[in-house]
Design a protein around this ligand. Structure first.
Ligand code: SAM
Length: 284
């Protein structure tokens, strides 16, 4: 394998194609082969897998994925990277390149076409400016998934795995934990990327639950309540929900529901577990 995961080879490829980094696309390419090996290992990519990669860049991780998986589908928004990828991936016949915005493309359709609708593994060094919409989009659109293994900002990885009562706990923690069980695989210093980002990063693996850990009658309503609860996180839950105007219930009815759940009227959203949000959603 012509390994791109080092600064010299990366610069060579960039110069050869006259490529210029575009900040607005969150382009920070990995230049450390050790990290890439650990990502592949952490994602447990095998030759039976169909892998969806978001943002292949110049194909550094794509090469590793192509070596280990049966098939790789890579979605890249930047059209100036397509000729670069055609060059760096020319030796691989199991990679399909799609020049699209991952937030606009119909992922379920791609999975249907390439993997007969069977669950895929997502592996990516994500563009950080759209980490949350990408992850939420993958979960909410019910794309068949085994797992998502992604490089994200370290603080975002922290937010995904914490529980109630911590400052990082929020709507993202609850959504991720409703759909998956999160596990941080490693932290990655800024020096492993070109150009260097201003933040440290972490690789997190989200294993999709077969069944959500809590039962709720209306998933979508529960998430509206969760978002409202954390929109004004310093306010009491009663006030946040009443002010948000997202439910056709009165302040008294919200108070009554909290009482039924054994919660104090002065409780804030950040103190509730996923189970309690599900209970609240069903009562309202
Ligand atoms: N995978 C490469 C690596 O590890 O070196 C590049 C990772 S870089 C952090 C993020 C990549 O996502 C860039 O190639 C960027 O152009 C691409 N990207 C940004 N926004 C995107 C979007 N909306 N849809 C698809 N790709 C996107």
């Amino acid at each position: 394998m012509a390994d791109l995961a080092n600064p010299t080879r990366t610069i060579e490829i960039l110069n050869k194609h006259g490529f210029h980094f575009q900040k607005r696309y969150g382009q920070n390419f990995l230049i450390d082969s050790h990290i890439l090996e650990k990502i592949i290992e952490g994602a447990e990519v095998t030759e039976e897998d169909c892998v969806l990669e978001i943002g292949p860049g110049i194909g550094t991780m794509t090469q590793y994925l192509a070596e280990h998986a049966r098939e790789v589908i890579a979605v890249e928004i930047d059209k100036t990277l397509i000729p670069v990828l055609e060059d760096t991936l020319s030796a691989y016949h199991n990679v399909t390149m799609i020049n699209e915005d991952i937030l606009k493309v119909d992922i379920a359709k791609i999975v249907e076409e390439h993997n007969q609708g069977k669950p895929v593994k997502v592996v990516a060094n994500l563009p950080y400016y759209i980490t949350t919409p990408i992850i939420m989009g993958l979960f909410e659109s019910h794309v068949p998934l085994k797992s998502i293994t992604v490089m994200v900002q370290k603080e975002v990885a922290d937010r995904m795995q914490v529980g109630p009562g911590t400052k990082d706990y929020g709507a993202l923690s609850l959504a991720v934990q409703y759909y998956a069980s999160p596990k941080v695989i490693m932290t990655v210093p800024a020096s492993c990327f070109m150009p260097r980002p201003n933040v440290d990063s972490a690789v997190i693996r989200l294993n999709r639950h077969e069944q959500p850990p809590v039962q709720v009658r209306e998933e979508e309503k529960m998430f509206r309540i969760i978002r409202a609860a954390f929109n004004q996180r310093r306010k009491t839950l009663v006030n946040s929900l009443a002010n948000a105007g997202i439910l056709s219930v009165t302040k008294e009815e919200i108070a009554e529901a909290l009482k039924n759940l054994g919660l104090s009227l002065s409780v804030r959203g950040e103190a509730l577990t996923l189970e309690q949000f599900a209970g609240l959603s069903d009562l309202l």
